[in-house]
Design a binder for this molecule. Structure first.
Ligand code: PEP
Ligand code: CO
Length: 449
């Protein structure tokens, strides 16, 4: 579809769901004007580098690992939480590189994951009804009238927190934090007590030995491996915020969203005629679209044609999230439709969002065995359909939380109160995330053998 009629604000002519209504529109306009003059958070050349890597993933030469918080919080913008998040993603990617024999693209759900879609606009507690929490970019999580009112100043705070997070991540990487020669830099305190510790240590030793072998053989230090990169991503939900970051770049054509490398459209806002699809179709970034059981095969093909009219291999990642008991009925028809239409997409499995449940105590959780089962089925269904699973997308944290049930340590519903910290959806803790990576690596090595 030609882009003539597109502009960074053309989405405003379409129905937009999940957007907050601000009590003071003039204050909102002032903030947006300010945001649109502030420096970008990421650069076009970083986005171009990610495109090259995603194009490789689409051909089967790389694997995508996307993970992080369901919802970042302003409070958790602190060095310890950020380094832990990087550490777990690094450990998982080391396991995937080792098992899958493919380079891994690391994309964090961080530095901007501050806006959440909600199934209800309101929340009622003890007879009191208030607007739902929609992410720190929009309102506060505390259950008070004041906190729950959308406040445009939060858009600036989100921009600043994103910049602080990215600044710290870049500094850590430049300082050698992510050096594959020094996996001890990314050890997490409790790794030694983890049920997966031995398997992980064996992998670290094997990678160290291969590096040493290559360096001894060539007489050169393996420079490329010194530096691994992270990319940032968030759900591009708050379109006014995204629009304010949509810029032209000297000597390049088109418009880039410079608030993040890889924005995605959520399952609730992917309507063909809706505002979100309209906004996303015009930006130059690689993008993701989350899809759940309600999508029809034709709808997926329409989305692919609208969002990726030139059929670029880097452009469109489809992140499916059906749930362990629905993936087998939902996915095969979609794979088939994509093959018949001949559209290019990178398939990624989110085993989290189709597997939410509530315990008898009313706590939102996910069962680890269902998460693993969905991943396992995803590999198999893609293989059987002549397609390939190219990545995983997970909500996880480097912290020792108790939000999902199961895993090698056997967390139960009774354990959930111990360290339940998430603001929205339950995340895998450090050990569960590593266990998931070990499963994916095993699957990848079976595929390539
Ligand atoms: C999310 O990723 O936190 C989310 C809300 O996902 P989905 O759009 O797949 O429901
Ligand atoms: Co979530």
């Amino acid at each position: 579809m030609p882009n003539e009629l597109w502009s960074p604000r053309s989405w405003q002519q379409r129905p937009a769901s999940q957007l907050p209504v601000y009590p003071d529109p003039a204050a909102l306009d002032r903030v947006l004007a300010m945001l649109s003059r502030l420096p970008p958070l990421v650069t076009s050349w970083e986005i171009e580098a990610l495109k090259r890597e995603l194009a490789e993933a689409c051909k089967g030469n790389r694997f995508l690992l996307q993970g992080g918080d369901c919802s970042e919080s302003f409070d958790a913008c602190e060095p310890d939480a950020i380094t832990k998040q990087l550490k777990i993603l690094l450990q998982m990617s080391l396991v995937l590189v080792h098992g899958g024999k493919r380079q891994v693209i690391r994309i964090g759900r961080f530095a901007g994951q501050y806006a959440k879609p909600r199934s209800s606009d309101i929340e009622t507690r003890d007879g009191v009804t208030l607007p739902s929490y929609r992410g720190d970019m929009i309102n506060g999580v505390e259950f008070t009238e004041d906190a729950r009112a959308p406040d445009p100043v939060r858009l600036l705070r989100a921009y600043e927190r994103s910049a602080l997070t990215l600044n710290f991540i870049r500094a850590l990487i430049d300082g050698g934090f992510a050096d594959f020669h020094h996996p001890e830099y990314w050890d997490l305190g409790f790794v030694a007590h983890s049920p997966q510790a031995d398997e992980y240590r064996r992998i670290v030793d094997a990678v160290g030995a291969s590096l040493l072998f290559m360096e001894t053989l060539s007489g050169l230090r393996v420079g490329d491996i010194r530096r691994v990169d992270f990319y940032a991503s968030h759900e591009g939900l708050h379109l006014l915020y995204e629009q304010a970051h949509t810029r032209r770049v000297p000597r390049r054509t088109g418009w880039y969203n410079l608030s993040t490398h890889f924005p995605w459209i959520g399952d609730r806002t992917r309507g063909i005629d809706g505002a979100h699809v309209e906004y996303f179709r015009g930006i130059e970034n690689p993008i993701g679209v989350k899809i759940g059981p309600s999508i029809a095969p034709d709808e997926l093909i329409d989305l692919a044609r609208i969002l990726n009219p030139r059929d670029e291999p880097w452009r469109l990642t489809i992140i499916h999230r059906f749930g362990a008991d629905r993936i087998a009925t939902c996915l095969p028809a979609l794979i088939d439709a994509v093959r018949r239409a001949g559209v290019r997409i990178l398939w990624c499995c989110d085993p989290m969002h189709g597997n939410l449940e509530t315990t008898s105590d009313g706590i939102k959780t996910r069962r680890f065995d269902r998460i693993l089962s969905e991943i396992d089925q995803a590999f198999e269904i893609h293989r059987a359909g002549g397609s390939r699973l190219g990545g995983v997308h997970a909500e996880l944290t480097g912290e020792d939380v108790t939000e999902c049930i199961g895993g090698a340590r056997g967390l139960t519903a009774e354990d959930l109160n111990g360290a339940y910290k998430t603001l929205v959806d339950p995340r895998l803790n450090y050990e569960q995330a590593l266990e998931l990576a070990l499963l994916v690596a095993r699957r990848m090595s079976q595929e390539s053998s």
